[in-house]
Write a protein that binds this ligand. Sequence first.
Ligand code: ARG
Length: 460
Amino acid sequence: MTKLWAGRTEAETAKLADDFNSSIAFDSRMAKQDITGSMAHAAMLGAKGIISEAEAAALIDGLQGILDDLSAGALSIDPQAEDIHMFVEAVLTERLGDVGKKLHTARSRNDQVALDFRMYLRGEIDGITALTKTLAAVLCDKAEEYKAAIMPGYTHLQRAQPITFGHQLMAYAMMLLRDLSRLGDCRRRLNLSPIGCCALAGTTYDTDREMEAAALGFDGICLNSIDGVSDRDFAAELCAALSIEMMHLSRLSEELILWSSWEFQFIELPDAYTTGSSIMPQKKNPDMAELVRGKTGRVYGDLMGILTVLKGLPLAYNKDMQEDKEGVFDACDTARMCLEVMAGMLPGMKARTDRMLRAASEGFINATDLADYLVMKGLPFRSAYKISGALVKQCIREGKTLETLSLEEYKQASALIEEDVYTHIDLSTCVNKRVSAGGTSVQSVEKQIAAVRAALEATP
Ligand code: ARG
């Protein structure tokens, strides 16, 4: 096939070189963005008199035809093409003749690819934002369902203080709110149009970049043409935001795996989202959560990939930059799938609230509350802490819990302790006394749920 860029060289490129050079296998994803971008470009060329209005109309019509044929399956992408930009232009010229050759006036593939990539990723951000909102809403619903379910809260994976399952779930909803904000930031910085930067230095034609930017839904234009064609910060930034979001999903996955283990039995994951073992009949494996945890690694890899491609690249465009896409596409695909699976799985998750409560009752999780009780009776916290610690020690020695110590035994430790100690160390008292903002009480968790729901409502 003769290259659209043939002219400077005499000999044909080697087949091996063509194959190595080609990006059509992955950049054909951006076909729609490439065509819409070209339509806006043609319209601008016509409006500015760089080509005639009739030529602009013919180009737009031809491009629309290609878009329609591609979506109807009447036109298929030629895997031999060098890239999506060359493919669309070649089909257009084949269909329209000479006028097709006018489309590439006052632009270059360098600004064209930057434009397509930004538009494509903008759509990805919007899709991932919507999925993140769905998952956050699912977490709020689950938290509502289990806002009074007492479980042990952990530090160092040791039982620490009683919390509610709803409170723990809302911690993840908060993470997703930050993810949404990061995605929003990334979208804002991404949403400037590079088209019109041309190869790197701008153009001698009297173009209107603002017009193209506005037609394509951008908030403005890249102000330096060299930067406009070289900048891939938006891709790295998106991978960074997705890496952090995946890290959150991975931490949640880890807990789901742990909680659904026979040792914990805090939750049961829905059958539709678990698998069995080919050899061990008793097993119900949390594969989905494990895969989300595992796939987090590949998104981190995608981030490292794009950063490494960009590191050390001189300005402006270099062919290395063709390597910017696959990893970023993979990061988006992976994040999307993981969010969908999580949002599909969590509504069917059932908490074994009896098991949670029992675990919370076994680990002297109310020792802090016993200390606080003594503080209330007038002891300084450090002294109260010592007495509570000694009582825990005594319980462990004698196989008791704080709830089962007699008042006499309590009195031996401190004369300040009275009958009301039992209500103070009761787990539901412990939870519901924690009314401090952001705390674990039902009332506080309800506030958190309302705040997240309102924030989701306000996120476009
Ligand atoms: N396929 C190329 C890429 O993805 C398009 C830009 C080509 N530009 C060039 N000057 N060869 O980067």
